[in-house]
Design a protein around this ligand. Sequence first.
Ligand SMILES: *Cc1c(COP(=O)(O)O)cnc(C)c1O
Ligand SMILES: [Zn+2]
Length: 428
Amino acid sequence: MTTSTYHLRCRECGKTFGNQPRSICEDCFSPLEITYDYDSLRPSLSHELFASRAPNIWRYRELLPLPEGYRPSLPVGFTPLVSAPRLGERIGSRRLLVKNDAVCLPTLSFKDRVVAVALANARSFGFDTVACSSTGNLANSVAAQAAREGLKAWIFIPSDLEPAKILGTQVFGAELVRINGSYDHVNRLCSQIADEHRWGFVNVNLRPYYAEGSKTVGYEIAEQLGWRLPDNVVVPMAGGSLITKIKKAFDELILLGLVDPKPVKLFGAQASGCSPISTAIKQYSSEIEPQRPKTIARSLAIGNPADGHYALQAITKSGGWSEDVSDPEVVSGIQLLAETEGIFTETAGGVTVGTALKLIQQDRILPDETTVLCITGNGLKTTDVLADKYQAEVPIAPKLAEFELYLASKAAALPAAAGETAAAVVGR
Ligand SMILES: *Cc1c(COP(=O)(O)O)cnc(C)c1O
Ligand SMILES: [Zn+2]
């Protein structure tokens, strides 16, 4: 192995493993993580350097585990960070922002970031087949990016995923295996398959490389705030990896002198029907009790979260908190974000919005603090949860008179005050 600025290191005993497809320490069975030689990186990194590069995750390439000479083939990430004043007014925040990974490319979720970094390494480790266990978005992203890279893809999912996420995997020509069981069953099976077949499982044997991709959410938030850190971030949690990597990104930027040191409170969001991390936090427990998931927020339905322990630690140490919301609150959250800011998110985004509202009501997030909501996936993938919310309109003839009648009938159906204005318009 050539000397590299990064390598695998055990999070608990510190043993190092160079660079290889491995995620667990052979001595103590703890997870491995990528660590960097920050001292050698520091002199070469600057705001100007990042700004001089194209707006995608590869502008932070020195802080990602990329093989020597790697040439990316897709512009992934650098999604908008937009102020959200109307949503803020409704939920009680004067400085609310949305990090909008509903429009992350190529497959409209933040998973495109982690897959891009994992696949960058799959090739250099000699894999011609990549694979994953997925709650949906990872499936879409691995299938798409494998197609782009000319790699074979095997995707393992629980059988009850949303139709759009299943179709949005098959269309890329991936092998899709539906498992009768929960994500946790699927994941256990994938660990066994990874021992038998020489496949690069992005979230099993390539997991430490995959996880680093999530840091780019944190780098982008800081850069888009003018190289400043926010007061709070609200992050949806499935396995708990994203929230810990956003924290790692902020810590690295401070360590490298790229932002001023500042405490950021981390807030984790889950669906009540699958809330192992938020439940532990709310009970002041340091143990995560696995759950059997039952929620419409399928992308977050991991009952035994791989990084739950580290997510819990990061949240607690930051002075943040975690909450969870019911399925009806998830749907209301989706509708509220859409109606106030014109952003259509999937169920995970509904979880984030609903959780943010709760945290503000609990005074854990204050109105004048800068608060970033991480919206991580696109609403077009989970339209089934809105099916009974909107009626199909009765069609009318393409005639002005028909439309005026239609408008009058609408006006009649509206509440008094609004009805008067509509009637006045009809009368003109
Ligand atoms: C996977 C996923 C998450 C959470 O990811 P973890 O890193 O496993 O906590 C959040 N939102 C969406 C839409 C996802 O697909
Ligand atoms: Zn170890």
